[in-house]
Design a protein around this ligand. Sequence first.
Ligand SMILES: Cc1cc2nc3c(=O)[nH]c(=O)nc-3n(C[C@H](O)[C@H](O)[C@H](O)COP(=O)(O)O)c2cc1C
Length: 333
Amino acid sequence: MPETMNLGSLAVHPPLLLAPMAGLSHSALRTLIAGFGGCGLFSTEMLSAVSLPQESATSPYLLRTEVERPLSYQLLAARAEVIPPAVERLHALGAEAIDLNLGCPAPNVRRMGGGAALMSRPDTVRQMVATARRCTDLPLSAKIRLGEALDAQNEARLRDFCRMLEGEGLDFVTVHARLRGESFCRKPHWGWVAKVKTWVRIPVLANGGVDSPASARACLAESGADGLMIGRMAAQRPWVFAEIARDLYGRPGPKPLSLPAVYRDFAAGLVGRFPPERRLGRLKEFTHHFAANWFFGHHLASRVQGSRDFTEACARAEEFFAAHPEASAFEQP
Ligand SMILES: Cc1cc2nc3c(=O)[nH]c(=O)nc-3n(C[C@H](O)[C@H](O)[C@H](O)COP(=O)(O)O)c2cc1C
C-alpha cells in the first residue's frame, strides 16, 4: 500500500483512517490519537444532517482543535433535501472531507430510514450523492456494509450500488466488511472488499477487525484495499495507528507509555472540551474499550460504569490503578 493516498483533492498519508464512532470519535479521542501519530484522516461521529445547521459551534459533536487534521465529517441523512444546508455548514466549519453514512445498522437509525437501510433504496442514495456532489468540491465518500447475504444476488446488488456511487461522483468508498446484521465479533469478510476493488476505480478502504500491524497486513493482503479504517481499537489502543505506520512505512512508532497516564490524558481532554453533564457518558464509552488493556480491566470498566458522576468515575479509576501497580508500569508498544 503506497504511503500516500489521494482522496479527491486531499492527499492522505498514511492511508490509515479513524472510523466514525458515535460517542467515541470526538475531539478528546482524536487529540489523543494525534499525539501518538499515524492517523492520516480523522473522523467525527455521525452527525444528523437535519440537526447540523442548528448545532452550536461549541457543541461536543463539532468541537475540534488544530491537531485534528485533516477531519472528515460523517453525515447521517435519509433524503437528499437535507444535504445542502448540512454541507453548507460543514464548509463554514472548515471540513476537509465529507462522508455519508450508508452502513449503520442501529435500529433507531434504520427507523429514520438512514444508514444501512439506504442500501435497499439506491435511488434515494443516488439523489443524495448527486446532491452532495453538486454542493461541494471537498472529498466526498460513503461508508457502506456488504448488504444482506454472501450470495450471488447480493453480490450483484452490491456491485451495482458501488458503481452507482462512483458514477455519481464519490471520491472514495469505505467498506465495513460485514453484512448488515452481523455483529462486530463476527470475522469480517475482507475478501468481499477485494470484489469491490474490481468493480470501481475510486480508492476503496477496508474496515472491520483491523487491530494490530499483523491484522493490518492480513487485511491488506486479502482485500487489496487502498487504505484501512480503524474503529474500536482506536479507543482501546489510541497508539495503534502509530504502531501500524511503523510496521508498514517505517515511521517512528509510539513512545513508551503508561496506561494510567493515557487514561488521565483522555479524561483531561473531556474536561477541557465538554460541559460536566456530557463527560461521564463519554468516559464510560471510552473505558469500555480501554479497560481491555488490563488483565483485570473488567473491574475498571464496571467501577466506572457504576459511577454517578465524572469525578467519582475518575476517583474510582485512580483506585483501580493504585490496586494494580503492575498494570500501571510503562508499556512499550
Ligand atoms: C461505539 C461505536 C459507534 C459507532 N458509530 C458509527 C457511526 O457513527 N457511523 C458509522 O458509520 N459507523 C459507526 N460505527 C461502526 C464503525 O465505524 C466501524 O465500522 C466498526 O466499529 C468496525 O470497525 P472496527 O472493527 O475497526 O471497530 C460504530 C462502531 C462503534 C463500536
